[in-house]
Design a protein around this ligand. Sequence first.
Ligand SMILES: [Zn+2]
Ligand SMILES: [Zn+2]
Length: 283
Amino acid sequence: MARRSMRLVEFGKPFQLTKEEVPTAPKGGAVVKTEYAGVCHSDVHLMDGHYPIPLNTVLGHEIAGTVHDIEPGQDLKVGDRVAVHFRCGCGDCSRCEVGERIACLRGVKQDLGSTDDGGFSDYVIIPDVRLLVKEEKLTTAREAGCDGTLMWGKDVDDDTAVTEAKKICGSLGGFAAAIDFVNVAATFERIEKILAEGGMHVLVGLMGVGAPASVPLMPYVMSCHQMASLRVGSLPQLKDLMALVAQGKIKPPPISHHPLENVYDVLVDLKAGKVKGRAVVKL
Ligand SMILES: [Zn+2]
Ligand SMILES: [Zn+2]
């Protein structure tokens, strides 16, 4: 079977479907047959050319699938289900060794889904097997319920969103922490309104479309709120997350599945704020 890839050939333009030979594992690496690839706001920034990446690449950095090819003698074998950490780093410096590949001391900026081909493809070349996290219960995420999820989209006005969120906190009056995966002005304002005194606002990932957002300083200071940011999770954090998912402790947001050929249209919808929950390419 050939390998289909959706390639970014021009910034801001639809991807091009290409067909290639199925790759083989590089030395020390593997080839993963993609099962799922998350469609992320970072991909919107990348496809619009907000960051200097080479053209003709395949986006998609949130990858899960099965090992298709790997050198014998590794901990993993063909057919194992894995999640992929997309930040490669050099793999050998003291930061990379502990999985903090985003902070590679040698400054190696090699990422699957931007500098190197990513998950919007049937197969992904993994340069280093240590980027793979084995997981036998990937289906858990699909099966977990999502009751109790509060929709916070544009169609919910500020007052309703804040009132509904505070209701969940009961007598606590507010949340001890809020993790913001969107990072736009609207989420900044709402989060400042729902955090308890001394609460923590955590920013995950890049700024959302339409940024810059600004922190509402007065409530932030008066309520002793704290802020922290995490651009990309580390390899150990991915392992922890996979363990939590396997234990059924993570309730995912609503997930919609889309065919590979539609990924550009899904990204356009994501950019327009039309995607509720997470959109995932299913191969
Ligand atoms: Zn992402
Ligand atoms: Zn390194």
